[in-house]
Design a protein around this ligand. Structure first.
Ligand SMILES: *Cc1c(COP(=O)(O)O)cnc(C)c1O
Length: 371
């Protein structure tokens, strides 16, 4: 069987280093908020090109706490509108509703799967305060256009970079475009911990400071609480694991690109649409391929065919946020592009340890698929 993502193999590559780092933390006697976190925060900020990285417990908290920090700093208030793609993973939207803010769903471009800037412009109202673009599947959203709109209407920009560590556009990385960015280090992400972890990157010192308090009960100084915070910390063991894996991230991205190029040049089927990356060759090379997502009207048959041939594929995602029971009030709304995407997408195996031979087998099978 060719698995969708072989996490065990991925982490096995660094087994000795990971074990050494674990031992170091165990022997240090210091497990929360120490040297390992500081080191990872510095290295990750440097990697993204930002001044600050603030470790938190997971990617959802990274987004929730950033919006919360803006509320504490007086930038946002209950009921303000946040523009977000209608085809994102639900976490992007949960972060908005968790803060009593109002999500305004905007449809993506069907070929890149990323939010469509011309539709953002149309969705802006007097209550709009934030744009929350998601760099979906590993490709950076059209940030130059988005930043221009944000500037014109004086809006904050929070990037959801959970799927795009290292993705780049015009020489600037995901996490360094907006006012702040949320990252997830869930094990299956391109930079994955051995458990839950997340971070926020920003160049805003005041925001960074507020986030450091919010993640730790609202406290910078023990037993002094500035704001009603939460407990959302990135522990020393996970920080140490991430610091090791960060060193190999670029190599892993290169491997993903090699697999993606094989798929892009090898798959030739009149009923299968390949992912189109943002227009030109330069951006095309900067996709980090968290997921390789194809589209076909025969999605369910194709998935079954792959299963019968020993290939695991997944659907990202089967149900759009506005059709979820969690958001019953939106169930009757129409987002035709998102609905088509959710009906037609299929994610092929992709990862830093997927072999060329396996990718070639997947391509051959794909091309032999009979509608
Ligand atoms: C994974 C993911 C998140 C949430 O990250 P967790 O660490 O699982 O909380 C948020 N947004 C997107 C787009 C994601 O893919």
């Amino acid at each position: 069987m060719i698995p969708f993502l072989d996490l065990k193999n991925i982490n096995q590559q660094y087994r000795n280093e990971l074990i050494d780092a674990c031992s170091r933390v165990i022997d240090s006697g210091w497990y929360i908020g120490g040297k390992e976190l500081e080191s990872f925060e510095n290295n990750f900020a440097e990697y993204c090109g930002t001044q600050f990285a603030i470790g938190v417990a997971n990617g959802l908290d990274a987004l929730i706490l950033t919006l919360r920090a803006w509320k504490e700093l007086g930038e946002l208030k209950d009921g303000d509108e946040v523009i977000v793609p209608s085809n994102t993973y639900i976490a992007s939207i949960l972060a908005i509703t968790a803060n009593n803010l109002t999500p305004v769903l905007v449809e993506p471009n069907i070929n890149t799967y990323n939010i469509d800037p011309t539709r953002i412009q149309k969705a802006i109202t007097a209550k709009t305060r934030v744009i929350l673009p998601v760099h979906l599947y590993g490709q950076i959203a059209p940030m130059p256009e988005i930043m221009e709109i944000a500037k014109k209407y004086n809006l904050l920009v929070l990037e959801d970079s959970a799927q795009s560590h290292g993705a780049e556009l015009n020489g600037k990385k995901a996490g360094n475009w907006g006012d702040a960015s949320g990252f997830s280090f869930y094990p299956g992400k391109n930079l994955g911990a051995l458990g839950d972890a997340g971070a926020i990157t920003t160049n805003d010192a005041e925001l960074a400071n507020m986030l450091k308090a919010l993640r730790n009960y609202g406290s910078h100084e023990k037993y002094k609480n500035l704001v009603p915070g939460v407990n959302s910390r990135l522990d020393e063991i996970q920080a140490a694991m991430l610091d090791i894996k960060l060193k190999f991230l670029n190599e892993e991205i290169q491997h993903r690109r090699q697999i993606a190029n094989l798929y892009l040049t090898g798959i030739k089927h009149s009923n299968i649409e390949l992912p189109l990356t943002n227009i030109n060759a330069e951006t095309y090379e900067q996709h980090v391929w968290h997921l390789f997502v194809i589209r076909t009207k025969n999605r369910d048959d194709l998935q079954q065919y792959f299963t019968e041939n020993g290939i695991q594929t997944l659907i990202h995602y089967p149900i759009p946020p506005h059709k979820q029971q969690a958001y019953k009030e939106w169930n009757d709304l129409n987002y035709p592009i998102s609905e088509q995407i959710h009906r037609e997408v299929l994610s092929l195996p992709m990862g830093p340890t997927l072999s060329i031979a396996d990718a070639e087998r997947i391509i051959t099978l794909c091309n032999q698929f009979q509608v």
